[in-house]
Design a protein around this ligand. Structure first.
Ligand SMILES: Nc1ncnc2c1ncn2[C@@H]1O[C@H](COP(=O)(O)OP(=O)(O)OP(=O)(O)O)[C@@H](O)[C@H]1O
Ligand SMILES: Nc1nc2c(c(=O)[nH]1)N[C@H]1C(S)=C(S)[C@@H](COP(=O)(O)O)O[C@H]1N2
Length: 202
């Protein structure tokens, strides 16, 4: 008698917030490319079924903070990525709005994103992007240039030496705050977890 191999468990569902913060895209001066770029990269990187919650808003600090609270506290997002408003311009207030709703600050993400981005543009140091924990959600700021989304999330894995993107650390961070077990397509981004945290059959 043959015994069927146990079926691999299907990846858990995850709710992800994507927030594009741009005065001009939110008023129709140009087409928003932030939300599609975030959804494209995350959709290629993750094996989990994703429920999206999307918002396109202006560079207004109170609106940004309220949107982040709504996405985490009401919509139940496990992960929220923002794009735009991280620079030094007078209207750029995304980091302040994000820090204002933080339970914990995660400085490593901002440090690593600026280091990665220096491989692409010398102006990488102008981004004040931060990452924080609110409740059981991780919120990460990305710069506004749509191309910077893949650059910072993915890094340059095939360069010599390789430059790891920040997303490799996201699944384990979500584990640690009690969220769903995120599984990645390794050709886009290989998640890193300590051996003891790797789920068998995933
Ligand atoms: N949501 C977006 N969709 C498409 N392109 C964008 C978006 N956000 C930024 N960009 C592009 O990246 C550039 C730098 O982004 P940045 O966030 O500094 O914009 P900005 O000059 O503050 O203006 P705004 O907030 O009105 O987008 C922009 O000038 C624009 O070309
Ligand atoms: N990877 C990456 N990082 C980047 C950039 C980029 O094109 N790619 N643009 C830089 C520039 S020019 C600025 S002003 C800051 C802040 O951008 P933001 O205000 O659009 O968030 O992000 C920086 N970081």
């Amino acid at each position: 008698m043959t015994t069927a191999a146990p079926e691999a468990l299907s990846p858990e569902a995850v709710t992800i917030g994507v927030v594009s913060i741009s005065d001009r895209a939110s008023t129709g001066v140009y087409e928003d490319k932030g939300i599609p770029a975030l959804q494209d990269w995350l959709g290629r990187a993750l094996r989990n079924p994703i429920t999206w919650v999307t918002r396109l808003i202006p560079d207004d600090q109170a609106t940004i903070s309220a949107t982040l609270c709504e996405l985490v506290d009401t919509a139940g997002c496990h992960l929220v990525l923002t794009t735009g408003g991280t620079g030094p311009a007078l209207r750029d207030v995304t980091p302040e709005a994000t820090l204002a709703v933080a339970d914990k600050v995660m400085p490593g993400f901002g440090e690593q994103m600026r280091a990665i981005s220096l491989n692409f543009v010398p102006t990488a140091i102008l981004s004040r992007q931060v990452a924080v924990i609110r409740g059981q959600a991780l919120i990460i700021n990305l710069p506004g240039q749509p191309k910077s989304i893949a650059e910072t999330l993915e890094g340059l894995p095939r360069a010599t030496p390789p430059v790891p993107g920040i997303f490799a650390a996201v699944p384990y961070c979500i584990d640690l705050i009690g969220g769903p077990y995120l599984e990645t397509h390794d050709e886009v981004c290989k998640a890193f977890r300590p051996k003891s945290a790797i789920r068998k059959g995933a």
